[in-house]
Unconditional design. Structure first.
Length: 193
């Protein structure tokens, strides 16, 4: 039997730890679980939420981010999370139940309808987010997804360790907003949705 080692990394969000199983978790896309009901689609997410002290699970390409409930200390929770992850990946269990979505699908209710006249601007924004922002955010155990552009404002949704992170506002305003304003002069502001 092959021994498996799962590495852990701190994230900028003190409530969230990033777990690296040393293999691909998601072949394409990402998946964010913010409630136990959402976790019904995945045996792994379901098992993590069943611990009772977990308030978020996020699957990235090669990592799983887990968010602990307020007041829960990681030294007590981490061994239980590691045990679930080891069992799951060692047994090569499926990440999702049959007929469940394996990657994040944007919901229509919070999508903005981009003005076709802004197509070139939107393409530049999406390219910068995909090539410059998302890889950096994935290193911190999260993801940021483009949601829309309207009259100079860019709307982004934060997932995984980024959602609820104390430094996410600073990252959004001082990092992402400055980057987008520099390369795309039409951008005046970046907001989280």
């Amino acid at each position: 039997m092959q021994r498996m080692l799962i590495e852990t990394e701190a994230t900028p969000n003190p409530a969230t730890l990033k777990f690296l199983p040393g293999r691909v978790v998601m072949d394409a896309g990402t998946r964010d679980f913010a409630t136990p009901e959402e976790a019904d689609a995945s045996p792994l997410a379901e098992a993590l939420f069943a611990l009772g002290d977990v308030t978020g699970v996020f699957f990235g390409r090669d990592f799983v981010s887990v968010t602990a409930a307020p007041g829960v200390s990681w030294p007590g929770l981490k061994p239980d999370v590691l045990a679930i992850l080891l069992d799951h990946f060692s047994a090569a269990m499926p990440l999702f139940k049959p007929a469940s979505a394996g990657f994040s699908v944007p919901s229509a209710e919070d999508d903005f309808q981009d003005d076709p006249a802004d197509a070139e601007i939107v393409e530049q924004i999406r390219d910068l987010i995909d090539t410059r922002v998302r890889p950096a955010v994935a290193n911190d155990g999260g993801d940021i997804v483009y949601r829309g552009f309207d009259k100079g404002k860019v709307f982004l949704r934060m997932h995984g360790a980024c959602a609820g992170c104390p430094s996410s506002t600073a990252t959004l305003k001082n990092g992402i907003e400055q980057l987008l304003k520099y390369y795309v002069p039409e951008v005046t502001e970046v907001r989280a949705v």
